[in-house]
Design a protein around this ligand. Sequence first.
Ligand SMILES: [Fe+2]
Ligand SMILES: [Fe+2]
Length: 276
Amino acid sequence: MPMSDAESSIDIDRYLSRTKALDLSGIDWSDIRQAEVSSDVWTVLDYMRAVEAHTIVFPRTIFSARAVNDPVVGPFLVSWLYEETFHARALERFMAAAGRPLGATGPPLSFRDRLEGLGTSLLSLWPQFLALHMTWGAVHELTTLLSYQRLSKLAGHGVLSTILDRIMRDEAKHFDFYFQQARERLQRPATAKVTRFFVDRLWKPVGNGVRPLAEMRTVSGILFRGPDGREAARRVDNTIRQLPGFADVRLFEAWLLENVPDSARGWDEATARPLA
Ligand SMILES: [Fe+2]
Ligand SMILES: [Fe+2]
């Protein structure tokens, strides 16, 4: 049976009680040198920082009345937005401590954001819109989590890894919420079918519309390069495939194959081995 909001298996009061600012205690900001970080890592950091900072536009775009008024999703979004706010600030602080200038963040609310806001308003006329919102959120949080894992490994920088570990704890918590909500809301086959229809046609990786496509491709190539990168992308897809109606969905791995050149990616469709 499809669940109603009242039947959600999430204890929202308990969830809210765990909302907190990112813990930055014990981090030695005075000992971060720009030279210890490769240009690839700076490129990724600047991208992630811009994406995290952009979260603040969401109340005016993807926060539909349906989401805000939901007794579980509404309070969650307040908690989520609060925690996300600290992620960009932590990355900015790391960059500033290394003397690294920040790239442009773009206008706080772009024309594209307004369009997305309009699209969200239209989609949210569908009574089961939250199934789509929660599925979308699950894919985004998981991709972000895997991206930070890859970044931490790529950078090999102790202080940065400590910061990213703490951010990843938040992202994992957010993912759990979205995924659990999506699984419950997709129980009804008709809802799953419509949600899948929109995901197949509209989904793009995190950062779409925030930074140019060329930069998105460059950053994805850096983070998901080589067989390990492919495995990480597959982890995103295989996890989302556990949702009702999503068993054969093509998401991140397919996007990488179509959008990042073989030479930057280092793996191709025919084989899981790295290219020679
Ligand atoms: Fe975040
Ligand atoms: Fe998150």
